[in-house]
Design a protein around this ligand. Structure first.
Ligand code: AMP
Ligand code: MG
Length: 408
């Protein structure tokens, strides 16, 4: 590890990289949910595209209303939804029987609900209702004019936007692709969850799930490797080279510190990757390493998170997630400003990440045994981030809180 850089510097490096990783793709409509739009969406025609009946009933001229309560109106024809109008006009003194969604003939300016009609015979209608002009007609273009800008670049395509895109006939849409991510664990002590029996010196790998599923909770597709890589330089370099040819982002946990079995940095150097940062002035997560790998002409970003579960989770939340969001053109999730429920004293000149729980707007830090204590995370709802170079954080002081889950 070289000289530690500040958290702000680490974010600056990653923000710059994230813009380089943005990719606009022509996405099929079926796969567009949750992506950010890279083009403006425009109405292809007026909506509704014809004068639409909003009720089952009859369409008539309002000038013929008086006839309704006297001799009644003969039914000229029946108009079903999904059928074009007949070429003939609606004769004066007559009406059209129609159903919701049907085209209202140009001559009619009222639709009278079926419930208000007294049917005298199958082809004459009478009613004592006095309908008002325009009633129950969804006029052509009354929702949107043709060529109206509906959603601009930068919109996140939710179900509502996709309904509009479907209406406008966008079978494909230009959108920002989400990076393809893989998460894997490094360490000779790690075994998969299925392994039985487990020996006393072994640990079941949990980081790949914690990190992978955190990113999935935020809407990213992540491949989680179920088996750990052993602490062996050859194996690690070959695996990194292979994965960099497939994924846009490779996330590992373990092996980034300065121990004799910490081979990540050497493996990256061996395959010609450039180290962008190694060592951030923070606790936990100090050995964080970020590099760029190149394989067969394409680039992929490498995040080496420390193996301790709390460190790995904090780094995933504060570095991997913001990178993925920015590379996918999402807005960065701003932290909440919360008040401390109790005083915290922290002496090292490092940014301090502290799992915490919010109760009525007050942040209660969760006691963590060590950064290996993954169970302390269980009850926490997010991370407090306390700035370096300050030692005493008084009760009720305002500080930044990064929730683990996306806030609505
Ligand atoms: P390392 O960063 O490789 O020195 O790992 C630090 C410690 O984190 C190890 O001693 C393990 O106890 C723990 N650890 C590493 N990787 C994982 C993992 N994938 N799941 C759970 N614990 C891990
Ligand atoms: Mg290790």
């Amino acid at each position: 590890m070289e000289k530690l850089i500040s958290t702000a510097e680490a974010h600056r490096i990653l923000t710059q990289k994230a813009f380089e990783y943005r990719r606009v793709v022509r996405q099929s409509f079926q796969g567009a949910l949750g992506l950010v739009l890279a083009e403006a969406i425009v109405a292809d025609r007026a909506y509704p595209p014809y004068r639409r009946a909003t009720m089952d009933g009859i369409a008539l001229r309002s000038s013929d209303c008086a006839l309704l309560s006297s001799k009644g109106l003969p039914i000229a024809w029946t108009q079903m939804a999904g059928k074009p109008l007949p070429p003939s006009m609606l004769p004066e003194g007559a009406c059209v029987r129609l159903y919701t969604g049907a085209v209202v003939p140009a001559e009619a300016d009222v639709v009278l609900r079926q419930e208000d009609c007294i049917e005298v015979s199958t082809d004459v209608v009478r009613s004592s209702a006095v309908p008002t002009k325009g009633q129950n007609i969804h006029e052509l273009g009354s929702d949107l004019q043709e060529a109206t800008l509906y959603a601009d670049m930068g919109y996140v395509l939710s179900s509502k936007e996709l309904a509009a895109l479907a209406s406008f006939g966008y079978a494909e849409v230009l959108a920002y692709q989400k990076p393809r991510v893989v998460v894997l664990s490094l360490g000779d002590e790690l075994v998969s969850i299925a392994q039985k029996p487990i020996l006393p010196h072994q640990i079941r790998l949990s980081n790949a799930y914690a990190v992978g599923w955190l990113l999935q909770e935020w809407g990213f597709e992540v491949q989680i490797q179920e088996n750990a890589l052993s602490d062996d330089l050859n194996t690690i370099s070959k695996t990194f080279e292979h994965l960099s040819g497939i994924y846009d982002v490779v996330v590992t946990t373990g092996g980034v510190s300065v121990g004799a079995a910490d081979f990540v940095k050497n493996a990256l150097k061996r395959i010609g990757a450039s180290i962008l940062l190694h060592g951030v002035a923070q606790k936990p997560g100090k050995p964080l390493l970020v590099a760029e790998m190149r394989a067969s002409g394409r680039q992929s970003l490498f995040f080496g998170l420390p193996g301790n579960p709390v460190s790995a989770y904090c780094c995933a939340l504060r570095y991997v997630l913001p990178f993925l969001r920015l590379a996918s053109a999402y807005k960065i999730q701003e932290p909440q400003r919360v008040e401390l429920a109790q005083q915290i004293v922290f002496n090292p000149a490092l940014t301090y990440f502290l799992p915490a729980r919010l109760v009525e707007g007050l942040a209660w830090p969760m006691a963590t045994n060590t950064s290996g204590d993954l169970f302390s995370l269980g009850r926490a709802e997010g991370l407090l981030e306390l700035p370096a170079l300050q030692t005493i954080f008084k009760k009720e002081a305002t500080c930044l809180f990064y929730p683990f889950k996306e806030q609505g």
